[in-house]
Design a protein around this ligand. Structure first.
Ligand SMILES: Cc1cc2nc3c(=O)[nH]c(=O)nc-3n(C[C@H](O)[C@H](O)[C@H](O)COP(=O)(O)OP(=O)(O)OC[C@H]3O[C@@H](n4cnc5c(N)ncnc54)[C@H](O)[C@@H]3O)c2cc1C
Length: 381
C-alpha cells in the first residue's frame, strides 16, 4: 500500500522532522520511565529544546521565535507522539501559551516573555479550570480586584498542565462585576509572586509524567500591566479564538497515537505465534487490523485537511470540534483493539501499547469534552 504523505509537508518541514526526531529519540524516549517516576520532565529538557530552535517555532523571529507556522509545531508534536511521550508539555507552551501572548499581548509583554519562552528560560502554562468549574468557563470564581496599580488575585485552579514547572501562567479571572463572559480577563502571573502556591502534581490514571497540578492564589498582587492586552473583559473572546488551535493539537496527538499503535501491533502480531502460526494470520486479527488501518487513514486525512485549512486561516470552530471529538474517541477505540491483540503483554507496562491506552483516554476530556464539542457542532447545524 502506498505510504500517505501529508499535503502540508514540504522539504523544509522534512528537515525539521529529522531534527525533531533526533531530539525526541535522544532526549525524551530514553527518559520516559524517569519522567513517569518523577511526575515531570527534567527542567533542562526545555533549555535543550530551546537551544535547538524547537521552542516557539511559529512565533516571529523579532520575538525570538523561529518565524515558522503551525506546521512546524505540528511536526514536533507528531514526533513526540510517535514515541508515545505524554510527559513533556511542549505543545501547550509552544502551540497555546505563546500564541495568547503573540495575539493579545502588548509590545512590552511580547518582548519580555516570548524570547524567554523560545530559549526555554521560561515555561508557560494556562490556567482556566477550577475545582468548581471546567466546561462552564464563564463560571470561574478566581477574582482579580483592582487596587491602585495592582490587581489582587484570589482563587484556585486545578488540572493545570506544566503546573510544577511553569514560570509564567496565563490565569483566567473575573475582573468585572459581570458574572458572565463579559467579566472575564486573562492576566499574566509569574511563578515567583508572593501569595502564589503550587499544590502537588496530581496523581493521574495516565499521562503520569506530566506535572498536572493545582494552583492557589492568595492575595497575589499583580501589576495592572500584566493584564493580557489592554482592556479588561476580553478574556472570553480570547479563549474562544485560541481554543480551536488547542483542539487541533489534541487531534494531532490522537491520530499519531493511532498510527503508532497500528505500527506496533502489526509488528507484534507478525512475530507472535499461536497454534503454530503468527497471530496476524488469524482472520480475526487481519480483519481487526484492516479496520484499524482504515479508521487511522480516515482520521489522518481529516486531520491533514484541518491542518491545511488552519495554515490558510480557514479552519472554522465546528470543524475543529468535529476533529477533536471524533479522532480522540476513535483513538481510544483503536488502541483498545490493538491492546487486545497483544494479549497479556498488552497489559504489561513495559509494552508501550499499555501506556498509550491509558494516556489516550483524557484526550476526550481536556481542551473541551466530547459533549462540549458536540454542543458546538450542533449549534452550527
Ligand atoms: C490531564 C489533564 C490536563 C489538563 N490541563 C489543563 C490545563 O492545562 N489548563 C486548564 O485550564 N485545564 C486543564 N484541564 C482541565 C480540562 O480542560 C477539564 O477537565 C475539562 O474541560 C472538563 O471540565 P471538568 O473536569 O470540570 O468537567 P465538567 O465540566 O464538570 O464536566 C463533567 C461532565 O459533564 C459534561 N458536561 C458539562 N457540561 C455539559 C453540557 N453543557 N452538555 C453536556 N454535557 C456536559 C462533560 O462533558 C463531562 O462529561 C486538564 C485536565 C486533565 C485531566
Amino acid at each position: 500500500m502506498a505510504a500517505h504523505r501529508s499535503a502540508w509537508m514540504n522539504e523544509d518541514l522534512d528537515a525539521l522532522r529529522d531534527l525533531a526526531r533526533s531530539f525526541v529519540e535522544k532526549e525524551i524516549k530514553p527518559n520516559i520511565e524517569k519522567f513517569l517516576e518523577a511526575h515531570q520532565v527534567d527542567r533542562d529538557l526545555w533549555n535543550k529544546a530551546g537551544e535547538l530552535g524547537l521552542l516557539c517555532m511559529s512565533i516571529p523571529e523579532e520575538y525570538g521565535g523561529g518565524g515558522g507556522t503551525f506546521a512546524h509545531e505540528a511536526v514536533l508534536m507528531e514526533e513526540q507522539a510517535r514515541v508515545g511521550d505524554s510527559s513533556w508539555g511542549g505543545s501547550l507552551h509552544n502551540g497555546i501559551v505563546a500564541h495568547y501572548l503573540l495575539e493579545y499581548g502588548t509590545e512590552e509583554q511580547k518582548k519580555l516573555w516570548l524570547p524567554k519562552m523560545a530559549s526555554g528560560e521560561v515555561v508557560g502554562a494556562i490556567a482556566m479550570t477550577e475545582p468548581g468549574t471546567g466546561s462552564d468557563l464563564q463560571a470561574v470564581k478566581t477574582r482579580a480586584v483592582r487596587d491602585g496599580d495592582n490587581y489582587v488575585v484570589n482563587g484556585s485552579k486545578t488540572f493545570i498542565t506544566n503546573g510544577q514547572q511553569a514560570d509564567l501562567i496565563i490565569v483566567v479571572v473575573k475582573t468585572g462585576a459581570d458574572e458572565g463572559a463579559a467579566g472575564i480577563s486573562l492576566i499574566l502571573v509569574e511563578g515567583d509572586r508572593e501569595g502564589f502556591r503550587r499544590g502537588r502534581a496530581l496523581d493521574k490514571l495516565g499521562q503520569r509524567g506530566q506535572d498536572t497540578s493545582e494552583l492557589f492564589f492568595e492575595d497575589v498582587r499583580i501589576p495592572v500591566a500584566n493584564l493580557l492586552g489592554t482592556a479588561e473583559g476580553q478574556g472570553f473572546i480570547q479563549l474562544m479564538q485560541q481554543l480551536p488551535q488547542e483542539r487541533l493539537i489534541v487531534a494531532i496527538g490522537a491520530v499519531v497515537g493511532m498510527e503508532a499503535a497500528l505500527e506496533q501491533t502489526l509488528r507484534y502480531t507478525k512475530e507472535r505465534q499461536a497454534f503454530g502460526k503468527p497471530i496476524f494470520n488469524f482472520q480475526n486479527t487481519k480483519f481487526k487490523l484492516a479496520e484499524v488501518a482504515t479508521e487511522t487513514r480516515i482520521a489522518r486525512v481529516f486531520l491533514d485537511d484541518c491542518i491545511a485549512k488552519h495554515l490558510q486561516g480557514e479552519l472554522d470552530i465546528p470543524t475543529v470540534a468535529m476533529a477533536k471529538w471524533w479522532t480522540t474517541e476513535r483513538s481510544t477505540a483503536v488502541l483498545d483493539t490493538c491492546l487486545q491483540l497483544f494479549g497479556g503483554y498488552g497489559y504489561m507496562t513495559e509494552y508501550p501499547i499499555s501506556r498509550a491506552w491509558v494516556d489516550s483516554r483524557v484526550q476526550q476530556i481536556y481542551a473541551g469534552t466530547t459533549e462540549i464539542m458536540k454542543e458546538i457542532i450542533s449549534r452550527s447545524l
